[in-house]
Design a protein around this ligand. Structure first.
Ligand code: ADP
Ligand code: MN
Length: 250
């Protein structure tokens, strides 16, 4: 369609190619006008020099490999049309940083993108291994790529782990650091949102909330329960209530 051809030309003129994203369905769902404008901005700011293949298609977002010069980046694009934005509203409303966000699907998704950026920044500054957030514009988040040769590190559920007990303890230490230093609860912690290569990395922090969120405690309980459920297949796990009591005592 004409619109796409124009966008393609303009993007190409900026020296960026969208590779491997040519299925019409992906184009329609992901690269709508708002998203292309956000991409232009990021390209214009010299934060993206190429967009590579798709890494993941999730419920709310697509992740693409990209580059900024020689640096690999992950480009996470929250879909405006087909994203599950209703679920986002609750997480935003209770969080003092974002409680004033109201209104349109677009507005909520932009706020969500900014929220993931700032959650990653807080976590990263606190010393929790996460991708370093690099920039955001509208519904696009750029972050450090965790992987090698354009292949992301595996999710924990698919990773080869030698010492599960040690990895379990490392992740608990991250949850503790996240709580104590970043004052955040991840709120969707699972073997899907942890990448593993030599050590675990926490990812996917859009839904993470500050401790003043009315459900922060319930989310913490759920996170620990998920971890215990997963790790209990591989190693001894701690008592859920004791772990939580220890974390919140600080
Ligand atoms: P979703 O909200 O769709 O679950 P995630 O943030 O969990 O999005 O990312 C989905 C997948 O994309 C991850 O499981 C991982 O494979 C890949 N991915 C996300 N961020 C990065 C990153 N910074 N580096 C490498 N791969 C990533
Ligand atoms: Mn995820």
């Amino acid at each position: 369609n004409e619109e796409y051809e124009r966008f393609d030309r303009e993007i190409a003129e900026m020296g960026v190619k969208i590779k491997d994203a040519d299925s019409l369905k992906v184009r329609d769902d992901v690269f709508d006008e708002v998203t292309l404008i956000a991409l232009y901005k990021l390209v214009h700011r010299k934060l993206i020099s190429s967009i590579g293949g798709p890494i993941s298609t999730g419920k709310e977002a697509n992740v693409f490999y990209g580059e900024r010069g020689a640096q690999g980046i992950a480009i996470k694009i929250y879909r405006i049309q087909t994203g599950n934005f209703k679920a986002m509203t609750n997480y935003l409303a209770g969080d003092r940083r974002f409680s004033s966000v109201r209104g349109t699907r677009k507005g909520i998704i932009f706020a969500w993108t900014k929220k993931e950026f700032s959650n990653l920044a807080r976590a990263h500054e606190a010393g929790v291994p996460t991708p370093e957030p690099l920039a955001f514009d509208r519904n696009i988040l750029l972050m450090e790529f965790l992987g090698e040769d354009e292949i992301p590190y595996p999710q924990l559920r698919n990773a080869e782990v030698e010492d599960y007990g040690a990895v379990y303890n490392e992740i608990l230490a991250y949850v503790d650091l996240l709580y104590r230093e970043a004052r955040l609860v991840h709120a969707d912690l699972s073997e899907y949102n942890i990448l593993y290569h030599e050590k675990p990395y926490l990812i996917d922090m859009g839904q993470a909330v500050t401790l003043d969120h009315s459900q922060a405690h319930a989310f913490l309980v759920r996170d620990i329960r998920n971890l215990n459920r997963y790790f209990s297949r591989y190693c001894d796990v701690g008592d859920e209530e004791e772990i939580i009591a220890e974390i919140v005592s600080r």
